[in-house]
Write a protein that binds this ligand. Sequence first.
Ligand code: SAM
Ligand code: SF4
Length: 404
Amino acid sequence: MRPLEPAWPNNLKRAGLYLHVPFCKNLCSFCPYNRIEYDEKLFDQYERAVHEEIELYKSSLDGCEFVSLYIGGGTPTVNLNGLIRILSHLKEAFALSCDICIELHPGNMDTECLASLKNVGVSMLSVGVESTSDHILKTIGRNHDGETAIDALRRAVDVGFDSVNADLMFALPGQTLQDWEDDLRAVISEGVDQISTYPLFSFPYSDLGQSQRIRQVKRPVSRVIRAMLDLTQSYAEQAGFNRCAVWSWLKPEKKKFSSITRHHYIGFGPSAASMTGTDFYVNTFDVRAYAATLPNKRPIVLSMPVDKRLEMAYWLYWRVYELKILNNDFQDLFGSTNTLDSVFSKVLTPFEMAGMIGKKNGGYYVTESGAYWIHRLQNEYSLNYINRLWGSCRREAWPSEVFL
Ligand SMILES: C[S@@+](CC[C@H](N)C(=O)[O-])C[C@H]1O[C@@H](n2cnc3c(N)ncnc32)[C@H](O)[C@@H]1O
Ligand code: SF4
């Protein structure tokens, strides 16, 4: 990826929008996301620049249909009034009538905050519970206890959003299979619509990785991690949830809460990525550099042209992650002359023979064994792609290139 100037997304027909809010009250050492400690003055600069970035894109996205707005972080509600102003601007600038999804931290979502979010049109929430056990939350450096997290989840469910997801983390230092079962039971019994269960990734550039403590992090042994995964699957299924992605389980008839699975999207804010079908690019991660670049030009740090084959591979990657690869979806995007088999049979057949994917009416699905191997592979992907790109962009505001 290089500092190229990608084309404006004038021809986008359907896209998602993403907003990144890079501030948190407490910086968790395991966290790989682009976030810095909350500072009111810096937030003001950020907010001014986001409004300008929205204005910059407005005319080029005229005529585009927006399928969702996803707000991630950081902690998006760290300055609620600022967030509501940005959200209102996005809604008005792009005439949004789609789902609005937001990530919440248990310490920044009081009852007033939840009511304001509902009022401004937020329809789907994800709450970062992580664990319900106090000693584990303390070990991973979270600034809330288990009771606060469960109370936050309960209040979110009670408000009546279209969907509430709970994020949990497993394979954490000191976590036993019993701790994990307690976490699953606690969040499911609060009546959530979806659970997302992430194994702890230790990114070398994260604070945890940088401090060398990465080697001292004593994760459960792989036999226990496998047992945690198996327990999640059986526990969620017994509770009436269906697996909807490698690490997510969803109640029937509910809409999936998901950040990364729209095919085309435009991102606002520092470190936000955009995928237009012809280009994939990311904004500078540095909040000051981001604010200083706007309103004169887009704050894009690195970009990569995307040809048809790469766009198809990108689509396939995320469908595999969602465990469902449908021919109709593929043809809707890439035209009726392209079928999954004509384009990808050489890639898919060996996995089918190995029992990792199966053929089903209209496409392919990922089997349980396939999902386990994606889970194992995901760490490689994180290290080879996300770590290289995010690591460089976190070190420097304007790196000259990154090889993926
Ligand atoms: C941006 S955070 C969620 C919102 C909020 N900032 C919070 O922490 O509650 C997104 C989620 O990613 C997961 N996550 C963060 N760092 C992780 C890591 N190193 N390994 C695995 N999952 C991680 C956590 O489950 C977290 O809730
Ligand atoms: S896990 Fe959430 S609260 Fe913790 S630093 Fe990352 S984004 Fe902030």
